[in-house]
Design a protein around this ligand. Structure first.
Ligand code: N2P
Length: 369
C-alpha cells in the first residue's frame, strides 16, 4: 500500500488508511510507522505530531504474511512495526531483527499490565524488544438474523457454523468469507479438529487442509482481513473468519449506517486463538529515537483509551480503562472475561520447513484442490 502522511479526519475509516501526501518541512524528523489497517486513533497521531514536531509517515498491512514479507529482507525503512507476538514477533526477536528497547527512555513502560507482559515473555524473554499495543482473538463475524433464517439449527457459538459442510452449504448463498492467512487461520482449524494448533505432523496438516477443502466451494472470498470489515458492515457476508476487533468495528459501522445490518462476534467455544500485537523497532530503523518516543507516547493511558475506543481492541494499560467508553469496556467480546480467557489458546512459531508446508497447504485450499 502507499506511504501516505496521515490525514486527520477523526472517525472516518479512510483517515485510518490513507491521506493526501504532505511533505515534511525541511529538516523535520520523519517517523515511519508500519501498522495493521484500521488500527489507530487518528487523533493520537495528530497529538504526537503536535507535541513532538515529528512527522509521522504511516503505512498499513493486513496480514502477517505481508508484514513478514516486508520485514524479512531487512532495510524496510520502518521505525516502528507491529508484529503479532506469535509467530512473527518471536521470529524477528530470534533473528536479531529488532532493536532492544531502551526502557529508560520509555517512561510509560510501567503502565503495562505485568500479567500480560509475562504472557508475551515466552515470545521475547525479558520483554526486551516489544511493548504490548493491543490484543484480541480470532473468531467469526456473523449476522445472527440471517443465520436464523438460512440455518436455524446451526450453533452460534462454534466453528461448526463455518467448518461443518452442512452448515457451510446452507450459508453459502448468504455469503462466507475467510481472511487470507494460513498463519492466523490454520491453528483454529486444527483446534476445531481436536488437534494441536502448533502441530508440525503432516497428517494433522492434511486433516486441516481436508476440512478447509470440504467447504471451499461454499466460500465466496478468501481475502486479506482489511478487505473484510466494510464488506461485513455492509451486509455482504453472513459468516466471516477474522480478527475480533475487526468484527466489532464492523458492528459499530453497521450501526452508524443504520441500514439494519446486525453483526455479532463469536469466539469459538472449541477455543479461540489469543494474540498480542507488539510495538517494536527494526534493528536497522532509520530513526530509533523517534520510534522510542512514539512507543512511549502510545503507552499513556488517555492515548490508549482513545485507540481502544476507536478500534475496539483491548489494550494492556489498566489505567486506560476508566477512559474507555462503557459500551466498549463492558463488551466481553472486546475485553474477554477471565472465564473466556481459559478457553483461548496461543500459538508458537513453527520451524521454517513446517511453515512452508502450512503455506503450501493453504495455497491448495485457496486454489480448491
Ligand atoms: C486490525 C487487525 C489487527 C489484528 N485491523 C491482528 N493481529
Amino acid at each position: 500500500m502507499a506511504a501516505p502522511f496521515l490525514a486527520l479526519q477523526p472517525g472516518s475509516a479512510a483517515a485510518q488508511q490513507a491521506s493526501p501526501p504532505a511533505a515534511p518541512a525541511p529538516g523535520q524528523t520523519v517517523l515511519n510507522v508500519y501498522n495493521w489497517s484500521d488500527y489507530i486513533d487518528p487523533y493520537a497521531i495528530a497529538r504526537f505530531q503536535r507535541e513532538t514536531g515529528i512527522r509521522v509517515r504511516y503505512d498499513v498491512f493486513d496480514s502477517l504474511e505481508t508484514l513478514e514479507g516486508k520485514l524479512s529482507a531487512g532495510r524496510s525503512g520502518y521505525d516502528v512495526v507491529v508484529p503479532t507476538s506469535e509467530p512473527s514477533f518471536s521470529r524477528l526477536v530470534r533473528a536479531g531483527a529488532l532493536r532492544p528497547l531502551d526502557r529508560a527512555a520509555i517512561r510509560n513502560w510501567g503502565n503495562q499490565d505485568p500479567a500480560l507482559l509475562r504472557q508475551v515473555e515466552s515470545s521475547d524473554p525479558g520483554n526486551r524488544h516489544g511493548a504490548i499495543y493491543l490484543y484480541g482473538t480470532i473468531g467469526l463475524g456473523i449476522r445472527p438474523d440471517k443465520l436464523r433464517e438460512f440455518a436455524p439449527d446451526a450453533p452460534l457459538d462454534s466453528l461448526d457454523l463455518l467448518l461443518k459442510p452442512e452448515n457451510a452449504r446452507r450459508l453459502a448463498r448468504c455469503g462466507i468469507a475467510v481472511m487470507d492467512s494460513s498463519i492466523d487461520v490454520m491453528p483454529s482449524v486444527l483446534r476445531w479438529l481436536g488437534r494441536d494448533p502448533n502441530t508440525t505432523e503432516p497428517r494433522d496438516l492434511r486433516a486441516a487442509e481436508d476440512a478447509l477443502l470440504a467447504i471451499r466451494p461454499q466460500i465466496r472470498a478468501i481475502t486479506a482481513s482489511g478487505n473484510l470489515m466494510d464488506a461485513l458492515a455492509n451486509g455482504e457476508y453472513c459468516v466471516v473468519l477474522t480478527y475480533s476487533g475487526d468484527v466489532i468495528q464492523a458492528q459499530a459501522r453497521a450501526r452508524e449506517a443504520g441500514r439494519g445490518v446486525q453483526i455479532g462476534y463469536v469466539a469459538p467455544k472449541e477455543g479461540a486463538q489469543l494474540w498480542f500485537d507488539m510495538l517494536a523497532i527494526p534493528a536497522d530503523a532509520p530513526n530509533p529515537e523517534a520510534a522510542q518516543r512514539f512507543i512511549d507516547f502510545l503507552l499513556q493511558p488517555d492515548v490508549m483509551a482513545g485507540i481502544t475506543n476507536q478500534v475496539r481492541y483491548p489494550n494492556a494499560i489498566p489505567a486506560s480503562r476508566p477512559m474507555v467508553d462503557a459500551a466498549v469496556r463492558d463488551d466481553p467480546n472486546v475485553y474477554p472475561t477471565a472465564e473466556a480467557l481459559t478457553r483461548t489458546f496461543t500459538v508458537n512459531a513453527l520451524a521454517p520447513a513446517a511453515e512452508r508446508a502450512r503455506s503450501r497447504s493453504w495455497g491448495r485450499f485457496k486454489a480448491g484442490r
